[in-house]
Design a protein around this ligand. Structure first.
Ligand SMILES: [Zn+2]
Length: 408
């Protein structure tokens, strides 16, 4: 599956995988030199001296681009998982100091080297499931020191291990506990974000994007606008957590501000679908979150695709609402819950994910000149990737031409 063709994929083009039977790829210095029918590629002069990796009928696709994760956190929230199973709501847990604030407390008291070691283990696992690039958000620090620590870890990890990490500042995840009992705590924290944290993050080149959790339990529409505008002023492109638990108008705001993506969209209204369809803002869907929370309301994927919006899929890997980093599992959920075909889901998780991160010129498809980022699956038919739900059929993962995972 080359995924070659027009970018981003919209409407019926989303199912276009650029399928090639009996194909071959010639790699050189971590970059794709040629891709096409094996008979043709093998005859190229440069192919004669190349080392052969016989994939023996397995299926090759671009490495997954997971465009929404909360990579750096200190611990799981398995205790809240059990409460949720027993019927306590996500927002109720959050009001009692659980939820995001639980993760914030734990992260602040955890040394950077321990956070890094934990993230490294997860990154190895991302590779085992075929992911080669991921976006990572801060947002479990919520003070200057802790947020800078998280963003610095993104940078260090990006340099020290093979997966590519795109860094997003999410200081506007929730209002931290120390601001909550103050008379104007919420607006004080917003001011801190706009006047201190955002300028500091930008000045140190620690993030490419600025994100806001726009929700009744987090930041209002007007606060979200002010924070994203402050980010823009400092060169951070907006993205936004939109319409996850209620309809807030965040989608319209995101589109207006030229956000790279509006993420979640479970409560998107028909007008939101139209705004997205007319824009280049990506609708990033995170079905793992609804699955883990046991919610029966998923994003209106079919309506978004049919209207012509750019749809991508991501894991939302995080300890509270989506503790899975498996993109194959996300594809299974996209098929069963979002009614996306396997082909649509694969394009949404590769080329459209790359577009959501502004990386579509270098990754997301198998085309000459792009990075040699690929995933090989041990299946007889590409539809078997989501079909075997919860089963990892990824056989080999390659990042910039280097094998970073191979099943023995
Ligand atoms: Zn998120």
């Amino acid at each position: 599956m080359t995924l070659a063709g027009r970018t981003p994929r919209r409407g019926s083009a989303l199912a276009d995988l650029g399928l090639l039977r009996e194909g071959a790829i010639l790699l050189r210095d971590g970059v794709i030199a040629a891709v096409g029918p094996a008979g043709k590629v093998e005859k190229l002069k440069a192919a004669r001296s190349a080392e052969l990796l016989d994939l023996d009928g397995r299926i090759v696709l671009p490495g997954f681009v997971d465009s929404h994760t909360h990579l750096i956190h200190a611990a799981s929230r398995a205790e809240e998982y059990e409460l949720k199973i027993q019927g306590v709501g996500y927002e109720e847990i959050a009001r009692k100091g659980g939820g995001i604030l639980n993760s914030v407390g734990r992260l602040r008291s955890t040394a950077s080297q321990d956070l890094k070691a934990r993230a490294r283990l997860f990154l190895e696992r991302f590779a085992e499931y075929g992911t080669t690039t991921l976006e990572a958000k801060s947002g479990y620090g919520l003070d200057l020191t802790s947020e800078l620590r998280i963003l610095s870890l993104h940078k260090e990890l990006d340099a020290e291990q093979p997966l590519e990490i795109v860094s997003t500042f999410l200081g506007a995840h929730v209002v931290p506990a120390e601001f909550r009992n103050r008379p104007h705590g919420g607006s004080d924290y917003c001011r801190l974000l706009e006047q201190e944290l955002i300028p500091e993050v930008a000045a140190n080149g620690l993030a490419e994007y600025c994100d806001v959790f726009c929700e009744r339990s987090a930041f209002s529409l007007s606060e979200s606008r002010a924070i994203l505008l402050a980010g823009k002023k400092h060169g951070l492109r907006p993205r936004i957590h939109a319409e996850q638990l209620s309809s807030t108008g965040a989608t319209r705001l995101g589109v207006e501000l030229g956000a790279a993506s509006c993420d979640h969209l479970e409560y998107a209204k028909p007008a939101d679908v139209r705004f997205l369809a007319k824009s280049n803002t990506v609708a990033t869907l995170l079905p793992g979150c609804d699955f883990h929370l046991g919610l029966d309301r998923y994003a209106p994927a079919r309506k978004l695709i049919d209207a012509g919006a750019v749809v991508s899929l991501a894991s939302d890997f995080n300890p509270g609402t989506s503790p899975s980093l498996s993109m194959p599992m996300v594809l299974s959920l996209a098929a069963n819950q979002l009614r996306m075909t396997p082909a649509e889901a694969i394009a949404a998780a590769t080329i459209n994910g790359a577009y959501a991160l502004g990386r579509h010129k270098t990754i997301g498809s198998l085309e000459a000149g792009k990075q040699a980022d690929l995933a090989v699956f041990e299946v007889a038919d590409y539809r078997e990737i989501p079909y075997y739900f919860g089963v990892n059929t990824c056989w080999l993962t390659m990042k910039r031409g280097e094998v970073i995972h191979m099943r023995d």
